[in-house]
Ligand binder design. Structure first.
Ligand SMILES: [Zn+2]
Length: 277
């Protein structure tokens, strides 16, 4: 069967001397993998037709047995050229496509994540001054939300105790662990969270769930400052631990991305915090 789709290139790997294996995100077929035979031959019709971050029109033969389909035709629909010139934005875009490729099970339809990734890449390719750390956190939070694994840092509704000096968060359950909770899962992989992080995260989570957390920050200087103050340094660290644990991304990949996108002394400070064991 021949299938036609739009597709964003997430990963490109060599397959033989002249062929590639490409992982794509599509709106209707989720994450798929195709071989591109003879991709590197001098007269290949595929030359220049796809690259990382491109959205392409893709035509492929469906093969069900091993999950690797065969690309028949491919042509770029949206190349996002600015990402070839702005290396910091390219570093972030590389992390986002890698994260997406790792987090999504194959062939599970996720039109919401497709749209989300497409818009985020568009934004990075259109704004050379995009606030990269913030773009990263926004994308990660939306991805966790669409995958149904967004952590919940609401305090226990049963106890009505005053907030503690530090919250105890269970990585296994994705929730805060309350003193009255004696279930074995809640006691696994606990991390301590300062109330400012709990508050900042809950604020973003509520905005996200109620549809008031847009994918992009419009570049108004005042708004930028307000938003920044809501992102304490520990929030990125917390998200990093959670994502590493739940989405199969090596901690080093995220850490190196943070190192590459940092441009301000504040972000440098955040980096030091993240590097602590
Ligand atoms: Zn409780």
């Amino acid at each position: 069967m021949i299938t036609q789709t739009e597709a964003i290139a997430l990963q490109i790997r060599p397959w033989s001397k002249t062929s590639h294996i490409v992982t794509w995100l599509t709106p209707d077929h989720g994450r798929i993998t195709t071989s591109i035979k003879g991709a590197c031959r001098p007269k290949s019709p595929f030359l220049g037709q796809y690259d990382l971050f491109y959205t392409c029109h893709l035509l492929f033969y469906t093969r069900e047995h091993d999950g690797v389909h065969i690309a028949k035709e491919c042509e770029p629909h949206h190349r996002r050229d600015l990402l070839r010139e702005n290396w910091r934005a390219a570093a972030l875009a590389s992390y986002l496509v890698e994260l997406t490729a790792r987090a999504l099970p194959p062939r599970e339809q996720h039109a919401d994540i497709y749209k989300h990734l497409s818009q985020t890449l568009d934004y990075l390719a259109a704004h050379s001054d995009a606030p990269l750390l913030e773009c990263m956190i926004r994308y990660e939070l939306h991805l966790l939300y669409f995958l149904g694994v967004l952590p919940d840092l609401s305090p226990c509704e049963t106890c009505h105790t005053p907030p503690p000096e530090w919250f105890s968060f269970s990585l296994a359950t994705g929730r805060l662990r309350c003193q009255h909770d004696h279930s074995p899962h809640a006691a696994e992989n606990l991390i301590s969270l300062h109330p400012t992080i709990q508050e900042a995260f809950t604020h973003l989570r509520n905005k996200l769930i109620s549809g008031r957390y847009p994918l992009h920050l419009e570049p108004s200087p005042i708004k930028k400052k307000e938003e920044k103050s809501k992102l304490p340094l520990g929030l990125s660290r917390f998200l990093g631990i959670f994502i590493t644990c739940h989405l199969d991304v090596p901690a080093a990949v995220r850490r190196v991305t943070l190192e590459m996108i940092e441009t301000t002394p504040t972000q440098k400070f955040a980096l030091q915090e993240i590097q602590q064991p």
